[in-house]
Structure formats: C-alpha cells, structure tokens
Design a protein around this ligand. Structure first.
Ligand code: MN
Length: 253
C-alpha cells in the first residue's frame, strides 16, 4: 500500500468513527466506554440447561464414602425430580417456552411467578450440582488456569476452601454455596438462600455472576449420613468435586 492510500484509509476510518460518535450521542458514548471497562461479557452457550432432568453422570453409590447411596437416590429421584416437574408445570401455566435454556430465563426470572423462580432455580442448581461431582479422588484439586485464578484471588487453595466452606456453613437455613465468575473473569464466593441462583435478576442476592461450582447445603443433601454436622459434610465433599467440570465452566467464554 502506498503512503497516500494509507493516509486516505486512516482519514476514512476516523471520519467513520466521528460520524458514528455523533450518531450515538453522549449517553451512547458513556455506555460504550462502560462496556469497555467492564470487560467482555460472559457467553454461556456451552452450558445450556433444559427443562428435563439429565441422567445422573454416575451411579447412586458412586460417591458412597462422601454421600451415601440412599441420600443420592432420594435427592435425585425425589427432591430434584420434584423441582423439574414443578418447573414444567409453572412454565406451562405461564406460557414460558420450554425450548429456551434456563441460562436465558434465569436473568429475567423476576418477570415470572415465585413458583417458577423457586423451581427454575431448584432444577438448574441440581443439574449443575450433579455435574460438579465425581468419584472420590485422592489429593483432589484443580490445576491449570483455574488453580492459578484461585491462588491469585484467594491467596491459596486452602484459603479458598475455607472461605467457600464458610459460605456454606454460614448460610442460615437452606441454600447453596457458590464460586462464580464475574464479567471481568474474576472469581467470587457467596451463598444464596432457598433455590436462588447467581444468574437471577432478583433483589437481595449475596452473589451474582456465572456459577462455576455449587454446593447444596439443604439438609436433604446430607442429613442421613451427617445429621446436624453440615461442616463435616462440606469437609468430606472436597474429595468428590469434579474439578475438570469446574475448569470447563471457568474456561467458557
Ligand atoms: Mn438439593
């Protein structure tokens, strides 16, 4: 390319930019600058959660030393199945398109009924929870970019586990502990009450973002084996976390 052509291209580019700027106005410019500073939006297309229960990715007795067979069977076949059924009932009653994914619906869940909110959360949270676990592994921990991000944000894997466990232990009543990735790709820990989920557009959420790890701290998740000892359940649960799955969610962009 010769020099005059090059200058002409720059002139055209700058003129186009100025014209675009005039067209969007000052409010548009502010919105544009804000979108630049908040970093890229998270695309969650790799993790579409439908309205039906997926098969459990392992047998009911696969997590036996950590979560007993009876708990797994009742949890999946009764509790989680009920959320799926009630979700579909609510969607039918409210004419919500069940071909949509919950990743698309949870960010606008405030438009629908409490029944839809509770059961959409209940279904999504459990579908994700099953995938977040696998058979017990010795020295179970993440590696690669996720481990680096955890160490950067929390100082160490040990400190991360402590803060996550505290989120679960300190959740009063029933709920979930979460590790989430925000729009800037940063990690955060928090908990939600009942079946609320960090993707929801509802007030009062302690944590928002794209969830990459979740832990069910409802009593139905641990009571048969651990009774009132929620802390022991959480301590033991680290052995069955499926870090490969968590890494996949972390890496999704
Ligand atoms: Mn549950």
């Amino acid at each position: 390319m010769n020099k005059s052509n090059h200058s002409r291209r720059i002139f055209i580019k700058n003129t186009a930019a100025s014209t675009a700027l005039l067209a969007i106005g000052i409010e548009g410019l502010i919105a544009f600058l804000e979108s630049c500073s908040s970093g890229k939006k998270i695309k969650i297309s790799s993790f579409k959660t439908g309205f039906k229960q997926e098969p459990l990715p392992y047998s009911f007795d696969a997590l036996e030393n950590v979560i007993d067979t009876a708990t797994m069977e009742i949890h999946y076949s009764k509790h989680a199945a009920a959320y799926a059924k009630n979700l579909n009932d609510a969607a039918n009653a409210e004419k919500i398109d069940t071909k949509k994914s919950l990743e698309d619906l949870l960010p606008e869940v405030s438009k629908f009924s409490t029944k839809f909110r509770n059961n959409a959360g209940g279904h999504y949270n459990h579908e994700m929870f099953w995938q977040c676990m696998r058979q017990k592994q010795d020295n179970n921990k993440p590696n690669g970019s996720l481990m680096k991000a955890i160490e950067k944000r929390f100082g160490s894997f040990t400190e991360f586990k402590k803060q996550f466990a505290d989120a679960g232990k300190n959740r009063f009543g029933s709920g979930w502990a979460w590790l989430c990735k925000n729009e800037k790709g940063e990690l955060n820990i928090g908990s939600t009450a009942n079946q609320d989920n960090p993707l929801m557009d509802v007030g009062g959420l302690e944590i928002k973002g794209f969830p990459i790890l979740c832990l069910d701290v409802w009593e139905h998740a641990y009571y048969l084996k651990y009774q009132n000892k929620r802390a022991d359940y959480i301590e033991n649960w680290w052995n069955v976390v499926n870090w490969d799955y968590v890494q996949k969610r972390y890496s999704a962009d």
